[in-house]
Design a binder for this molecule. Sequence first.
Ligand code: HEM
Length: 407
Amino acid sequence: MNQQIPYPFCGPEFRRHPDPVYQQLMSEGPIHPVQFPSGVCGWLITGYDAAIQVLTDPRIGKNHALGNAQWRARASIMPEPHHTRLQAHMLHQDPPRHTLMRSLVSSAFAPARIAQFRPRIEQIVNCLIDEIHAHGQADLMTSLASRLPLQVLSAVIGLSDAHRIRFQPRWCKAVQPVGPRDPGRRAYVQLLTELQTFIDRVIAEPAQGDSSGLIAQLVDAHHAGVLSYDELASMLFQLLVAGQEPVTHQIGNSLLAVLRHPDLTPFWHGCTASVDTAVNELLRLDGAFEISTWRFYPVPTELFGATIPAGDPVIVALNAANHDRSRFECPHQLHTDRSPNSHLSFGYGRHFCPAASLAKLEIDVTVRLVLEKLRDLRLACPIDQLQWIPAVLARGLVSLPVNFTAA
Ligand code: HEM
């Protein structure tokens, strides 16, 4: 492999000012041999056109079985048996298994169905805001952004209240795997074991939930022999756990962007209908998925002048593509009327996020209700003091302290 550069999307300076790093990488070319903090060496793809090319490349695969021994030895992936039991979901599958799994969830997230949840999401967000309303100050990550997704998901996929109450927020950390050499590996294994027990219980007691909901449909698909038990458990893991963190982070990133632009508050107040264009711009400006998940070529492959060994991980820099000047004018600026805006914050191609409509609705409702109900909203600390989570794939805030005029 060529000279490795350290994974460039980490460190406090990058988190505060990502755009110079994106621009530097894209000016150097579309492919970069990088070393991740775990020690894994891989290939980072930057630039909008290169990202689309790789995300739609029919030769590239997602199944972890394609990864080579060097990747497997150091990658921050789940230990067994959890890897087999929780990582068999569609994001780690290729056709035809991927096609089948995706077909089982798509109608539950169809835009027309999701639109019907607007009043329910408004109700949930209103309740969460009411809890902080009188205080004049809050951390919007802990009081709102991290509490919303599970409540919304439960309604959308039919998780019962009894199961929802048992769900531990710390289980969401399962999506940030702890590598085999990390001292935190033992605690991570314990967390996975608890989560697996919870999922087993949801599967064993589907009658507690909405019998026509997505969870019940997937359990039925297992009983009909369409999904194996591991595939079912893994799909529930992906929907319930992996589906929460990006929403939390994206709400935080979006609220921060709004707070940085108080001049736009009248725009948000004036919106009566859906603000899809502006929400897409919040997603493009600061996406919660900094990079894509791993992809692998099954055989040595020429790509942008480099030879990628079989099974080396390839990762697409989604947020860098969203800041590609050849695609987006003044990419570091927030333009609420930016159109067209074909950002990659939900990925692209076969694995494009099936829940994009739901995520956008949650952002739309949250941003507007926060600005409407928390008057005179402002950051409670200098922007440079905000802490970003130390994740490799995800981009999100640890906390978002704000002040406002108490009701
Ligand atoms: C703002 C919030 C969200 C963002 C930014 C986001 C982003 C993404 C991205 C970038 C991918 C593709 C990753 C890749 O190709 O490597 C993806 C896939 C996926 N997302 Fe989301 N997501 C969000 C919310 C959700 C929610 C709420 C759910 C469901 C409960 C969900 C379920 C999925 C699933 C099942 C896939 C895999 C699709 C496939 O492999 O065909 N996501 N998401």
